[in-house]
Design a protein around this ligand. Structure first.
Ligand SMILES: [Zn+2]
Length: 340
């Protein structure tokens, strides 16, 4: 009887150890799959740099996809601090691997390569099902992620950073050695949600075009906020609010700032274009010493954008930011208080 119990215990132990690890392909299987993918990847890499892909890396979707990659490690972090993110051991392990790969490959030029719909389907037609025609990669972080750029435009995802983050989580998860598409889809949706929650979006319409402001992160003094304006097919970075502020708390130095509660004014005709105001509250993070207390000082900022609308024969209108100016609305902040 005792022997039987030992056997059962032994079995259940090895089964749970297997369950925690079996999300990853074993080394041999991974090697076999990578060898066969390497041939396709080499062909795809050659095609992606070919002249038939007009502006590989040049359009708004390509730019945003590359930008999303630089936000990937940060987004995994946003996810990890949420209680519902990475609930199972497997999810946590994979998220950590995705974080490491994203950090390591962030600056690599060929971390993403773009293909047209036709080339993508020609090269990867082997094991493609409907849901996986947007991107493809191998089971190693050495491979680029091949993105079917036509599909991104077709699904109107070219300015959807959180959707792009989701796609990248899925693909980098494969690079970490996970084969299950459904496991990675679930993980991608968690990170995508976390990114979405760390982002504030405020849209307005200038002329007939949508202008979308995106404030990402800035949740602490150590998390630089990204402040972007999507105007037509261009992305504009907002002038740095720290450039117009000096900390009032004695002995502190400005380390970061966070905009919140953005509110657009209406567009008014000015200087041959349209002037639009954007007001926002701002928290300035003022730190004492290198690693000392961080004080939060509060103020309001006032952006003024000058837009030019040009009417082109092929489109209704095209919008361009001609100029942007930043003003601080209160020169003296209220009493600072301890933060963080
Ligand atoms: Zn997949």
């Amino acid at each position: 009887m005792k022997n039987l119990m030992t056997l059962i215990l032994g079995l259940s132990f090895s089964f749970s150890a297997f369950a925690a690890a079996n999300i990853f392909l074993d080394a041999q299987e991974r090697d076999v799959r990578n060898k066969s993918f390497a041939t396709l990847a080499a062909r795809a890499a050659m095609t992606s740099s070919g002249a038939d892909i007009v502006g590989n890396g040049g359009g708004i979707a390509e730019q945003n996809m590359r930008y999303a990659y630089t936000m990937l490690a940060k987004s995994v972090n946003y996810c990890l601090v949420l209680p519902q993110c990475g609930e199972s051991d497997n999810q946590l392990i994979v998220l950590e691997k995705i974080y490491d790969i994203a950090r390591r490959n962030q600056e690599r030029e060929e971390n993403i390569l773009f293909l047209s719909d036709k080339n993508f389907n020609d090269i990867f037609r082997t094991d493609l099902d409907f849901d996986h025609r947007v991107a493809k990669t191998g089971f190693s972080s050495e491979f680029p992620i091949f993105v079917n750029i036509d599909q991104i435009y077709e699904a109107e995802l070219e300015n959807d950073l959180s959707a792009m983050i989701g796609i990248l989580v899925h693909e980098v998860g494969h690079q970490a050695g996970v084969a299950s598409h459904s496991f990675l889809d679930a993980l991608a949706s968690e990170v995508r949600t976390a990114f979405f929650r760390a982002q504030v979006v405020a849209d307005t319409v200038v002329g007939t075009s949508k202008v979308s402001l995106s404030l990402i992160g800035g949740l602490s003094a150590y998390d630089n906020q990204e402040r972007l304006l999507f105007v037509g097919d261009k992305k504009v970075t907002l002038n740095e609010p720290t450039a117009v502020y000096v900390c009032h708390t004695p002995g502190t130095k400005l380390v970061a700032s966070r905009l919140m509660n953005p509110a657009w004014g209406r567009a008014v005709a000015r200087e041959g274009g349209l002037m639009v105001r954007l007001r926002a509250d701002v928290d300035y993070y003022c730190q004492r010493g290198e690693k000392g207390f961080v004080f939060i000082e509060q103020a309001q900022v006032d952006y003024r954008f000058l837009f030019q609308i040009s009417v082109k024969p092929t489109r209704v209108s095209e919008l361009e930011v001609l100029d942007q100016e930043l003003r601080l609305r209160t020169s003296l902040a209220p009493d600072p208080f301890y933060g963080l």
